[in-house]
Design a protein around this ligand. Sequence first.
Ligand code: ACO
Length: 193
Amino acid sequence: MCDAAASRDDGGKAAIMPADAEGEKDSRYEAAQKLISFGELTPKNVEQLRKLNLAVFPVKYSDKFYTDLSSNPVQLYTHLAYFTDIMVGAICCRVESQDGAAFKVYIMTIGVLAPYRRLGIGKQLLQKVLEACSLQPDCVEIYLHVQVGNDSAVDFYKGFGFEVGSIVKDYYTRLDVNDAHIISKRPPFLSTS
Ligand code: ACO
């Protein structure tokens, strides 16, 4: 992952499923959509986000990470996902200024609690950020770091047309694998190729 974590995806599915299992997956997916909703980060729900991230990522984010996020008046690039009324996922980004008015969006974290994965929650969270970026002509890139070996996250981003770039050695300091891929996407943000 990005700024921090890396975690393994234990919510995966077999690449090839028998027809019955595929149908079962489809109906589970469809039924889940009615129970999924999205919200914004506020000082009131920031503690829930902290607990979510502690459950999803092997890295503990600082108090400043949460204070900066929840006190930001612009929440275009941070979104929460709920299953019924439980917070089960979140995407957290920061804006990095470049020359002139240009800026990049850096995805610090995207995570979904394991029992709620493969229901399209991560996809919808990322889609919200891509849509927000597509409306900003000055946004020149979205990028992030993913721990080498986190193949499910790499596959997830590739599905949105992100490119897997160079490896940063020792990007992390206290994980089992400390190297990270840089993964990025330039405009148009809503295309998948
Ligand atoms: N293996 C292969 N492809 C996958 C996997 C997987 N385990 N998970 C998702 N994908 C791909 C599939 O193409 C999937 O579509 P499909 O289910 O129709 O085949 C597509 O991504 C969308 O999947 P979603 O259901 O929307 O993804 P999900 O809600 O499960 O969230 C996420 C994906 C966020 C990567 C989740 O697995 C997770 O929280 N992992 C642990 C934390 C993590 O590794 N985060 C990313 C690190 S990078 C960073 O934080 C910046």
